[in-house]
Design a protein around this ligand. Structure first.
Ligand code: MIG
Length: 816
């Protein structure tokens, strides 16, 4: 029988006795030091409760089980019973609302229970499992948690091995360039600059140690919050086991309950934060290249967009705008008067986004270097030398972004750029990348917000802390503007500070496919504002490939074309007139869909809804969907299946259950089966969920170019009850925090011979338009009467069907 410890003190005493027994007397070397070997948790001998944390002890190690919310439980292991400090760059909130929790001791186990889940700890072997409310085991240890002392660096290698069920699928883990289902793969998290990476190459730029397991329609998540080099083996080495382990730090993970995959992702966001609502211009089309210079070239680029009537919101300046690649300077030969140039571009509706890298040139005549040196802001090696390495500017030192003082200094450095009118910042090379040796050596020291550590501990969060400094700086310098930042390296939680792109891809059809996998995966891994370099960074796309990539770009959360400097021109018009027309058509589509896209971002910011949902998230109960990876939705209402093959004139598309309308023809299709869809180059398969109220803006050359006079709402009929949202606000300010937004909920109730549409509006924002033009698609009856708030009004017929124009604050419409 287990002896219950009532006071924390007695367990502490027990733990320190344990340490005393282990002291080795070095002046009496009769025995060699103990052999280093893996050690496993043993029989549970004692336990202790402190509020919502429960401690279990096996005479040597202690495990903490903490109830974070009704659906989230955190597990931590302290091999010698002393926990590391409870600090995380990823997690915002470990003390969420919990309705109730309790500990139940049974003969063979302990049960830590909330009203939704139970964490079961076996007394005999310390195996841990998680059960749902019905007692069904969702996830369980295969082997007790284990560790091995690290003789070189101190601390432990830590391991957790769980059972992998037969046919269980695994998803998540960030930017991995492999199939959506990770089963059968072993992957590593170690941020790496991987120019021209290939399919299955690993690791890449980002480390997101979060995955979702899915078995027989039920899912759960595991977030292994450990910033050291981590590994995941998804039934690869052994078909019945999934393991994750790390080279240091603490074995600390969160079990996140589902059973819906979307709920797992939302709950993961409740821990690590969601992406804030970006400025709406960040959702337009962006044009980038390494590099647009000099000034005349940039101005010409802007002119071309406007003359050719191709919408565009942002132009990017890559490293060549700087003086000798010195961050926060301008090359005055290329850009003699950046402020005037940026102002003129702004008059034409272009935002200017500039690159900033972490490497600061070692140059005693360069103010940034001087300030950093004077204040001791640069990273140092184990023996106190400065961390020096070559990057674009030549020999560089690197700010320690894990030091809050350095972050605040770095944030303020943007002052000059913002005064010149720069609207957004692009942080590159922050894995960190160093020419030749790849990244920093392990002995580099970091402040780690006072927690201190070597580069082994800080490597995976270095880029995140850099872009955090950037984000916080922009926010502080321009408190009324939403920052726009983009980063290449990331760790879990980076979505609070930046959008991401997938780095240096290649202009091949295979890379278009990889990009689609990466963006779907990033979206289910908590980094929803993501994009690829449209067209491929290195190499030359054919005209057809570029157009197909633009099409995919319309449904990429971040839509930016980018290319390396040694490639041919890569603008939407670079491939001749025929293709220019096609590219324009699809960029215009992005702008038409902006009110929908913006609403999807709001739903992410507010509720943690993923932006892209791969098909498996929509129908997770169908095992056949485990293999599908080309169809995904953008938000809940638009499903696409980008064309990913050369010369493809038709493609097979699977539509999940429910009814869907072909966006182009308005043909109604029944879901739950596959269709052969025509895919000439001027089309990509796009489907709208039946029941949707889809808002569309008129095409503009950039967001907010004109005030909208009438808003198009297209109602895609279905029988039964469906809801849609529309969110609008000022687009670039924080006025929405004072309720200056218009958040609308449309409810459509369809019957065989009538449709009722109701609108609820919340918020104080006044839209520029006064009316809606409502287009009715797929009514199953001939329209004879339209009642708006109980009054009869007229309707008209156009090529799309029936149309009514009504005042925007209507409460209900009845169609008969
Ligand atoms: O060593 O700034 O991924 O987007 O154009 C290459 C030049 C550095 C890598 C980025 C790419 C960017 C390029 N950069």
């Amino acid at each position: 029988m287990i002896e219950e410890f009532k006071a924390a003190k007695s367990l502490k005493e027990k733990i320190s006795d344990q340490f005393d027994e282990e002291i080795h007397h070095t002046n009496n070397p009769v025995f060699g030091p103990p052999k280093i070997e893996k050690k496993y948790l043993n029989k549970i001998t004692q336990y202790l409760q402190k509020d919502n944390s429960f401690y279990f002890y096996d005479n040597k190690a202690t495990v903490e089980i903490k109830v974070v919310s009704n659906e989230i439980i955190r597990v931590r292991l302290a091999p010698n019973s002393s926990f590391l400090s409870d600090f995380s760059y990823a997690v915002n909130d470990v003390n969420q609302h919990v309705d109730l929790y309790e500990l139940i001791e049974e003969e063979n186990c302990f049960r830590v229970k909330t009203n939704t889940i139970t964490c079961v700890l076996n007394k005999a072997d310390f195996l841990i499992s998680f059960e749902d409310r019905d007692g069904k085991i969702i996830n369980q240890d295969h082997t007790p948690m284990h560790w091995e002392e690290n003789d070189d660096f101190g601390g432990f290698y830590v391991y957790c091995t769980k059972q992998a069920k037969e046919s269980e699928g695994f998803f998540g883990l960030g930017d991995k360039s492999t199939h959506l289902n990770l089963r059968g793969r072993r992957l590593t998290n170690w941020n790496s600059d991987t120019y021209s990476f290939s399919f299955n190459q690993d690791p890449l730029y980002k480390s997101i140690p979060f995955y979702i397991g899915l078995h027989q329609g039920e899912s759960y998540g595991i977030f292994f919050d450990n910033t050291f080099k981590t590994y995941f083996d998804f039934a690869s080495e052994k078909a019945d086991q999934t393991s994750f382990w790390s080279e240091g730090g603490e074995l600390q993970y969160y079990y996140i309950h589902g059973p819906s995959m979307t709920d797992v992702v939302k709950r993961y966001h409740s821990l690590t934060g969601s992406h804030y609502l970006p400025p709406i211009w960040a959702l337009g089309y962006h044009q980038c290249r390494w590099s647009y210079y000099p000034e005349s070239k940039v101005r010409d680029l802007g002119l071309q967009f406007r003359n050719r009537r191709i919408p565009c919101d942002a132009l990017y300046l890559d490293i060549d705008y700087m003086e000798g690649y010195r961050c926060f300077t301008w090359n005055k030969r290329y850009f003699p008067d950046p402020k005037s140039m940026i102002q003129d571009l702004a008059k034409d509706g272009f935002k200017t986004v500039v690159m900033i890298d972490p490497g600061i040139k070692v140059d005693d005549n360069y103010w940034v270097f001087k300030e950093g040196k004077k204040n001791n802001y640069f990273c140092r090696r184990g023996d106190d030398y400065f961390m020096e390495g070559h990057v674009w500017p030549g020999r560089c030192q690197f700010p320690d972004f894990t030091n809050p003082k350095v972050r605040s200094w770095w944030g303020d450095l943007y002052k000059g750029l913002l005064e010149s009118g720069v609207a957004g910042v692009w942080n590159d090379m922050n894995e960190p990348a160093v020419f030749g040796r790849g990244t920093f050596p392990n002995d580099v020291r970091h402040n780690y917000d006072g927690e201190h550590g070597s580069h082994r501990k800080a490597h995976n969060i270095y880029g995140m802390q850099m872009v955090r400094a950037t984000y916080e700086g922009l926010k502080k310098l321009q408190p009324h503007k939403r920052p726009f930042t983009i980063t290449r390296a990331a760790y879990a939680g980076t979505q609070r500070y930046a959008s991401v792109w997938t780095g240096d891809n290649v202009a091949t059809w295979e890379h278009l496919k990889i990009g689609s996998l990466q963006l779907q995966r990033l979206s289910m891994s908590g980094l929803p504002f993501c994009g690829t370099d449209i067209g491929g960074f290195s190499g030359e796309p054919t005209a057809e490939l570029f157009t197909r990539w633009i099409q995919f770009g319309v449904f990429s959360p971040f839509m930016r074309a980018h290319s390396a400097g040694d490639t041919a021109e890569r603008e939407p018009w670079s491939f001749g007139e025929e293709y220019e027309k096609l590219n324009r058509k699809f960029i215009e589509l992005r702008y038409k869909l902006l009110p929908y896209i913006y609403t999807v971002f709001r739903q992410h910011a507010h509720y943690g809804e993923p932006i892209l949902k791969p098909l498996i998230m929509l129908e997770q109960d169908l095992e056949s969907n485990l293999q599908r990876e080309e169809e995904f939705t953008f938000g809940d209402k638009i499903l696409v299946s980008p064309v990913l093959e050369e010369g493809q004139q038709q493609k097979t598309v699977y539509l999940p259950k429910g009814n869907w309308y072909d966006y182009w023809t308005h043909t109604l299709l029944q879901g739950g089966k596959e269709y052969r869809v025509d895919t000439p180059l001027d089309k990509m398969p796009i489907f709208i969920k039946a029941g949707t109220v889809l808002p569309e803006y008129p095409v503009m050359q950039y967001t907010n170019e004109k005030s909208i006079e009438i808003l198009d709402l297209t109602i895609f009929y279905t029988a039964g009850h469906s809801e849609s949202a529309l969110y609008e606000d000022e687009g670039d300010s924080f006025a929405y925090e004072q309720q200056v937004y218009a958040n609308k909920k449309f409810t459509v109730k369809g019957n065989a011979n009538s449709v009722e549409i109701t609108q609820e509006v919340e918020g104080l924002y006044i839209e520029s338009y006064k009316e809606y033009r409502i287009n009715l698609i797929g009514l199953p009856f001939d329209l004879t009467t339209v009642l708006v708030d109980n009054e009869i009004i007229g309707f008209s017929q156009n090529e799309l069907g029936n149309t009514i124009v009504i005042e925007k604050r209507f409460k209900s419409i009845l169609l008969k």
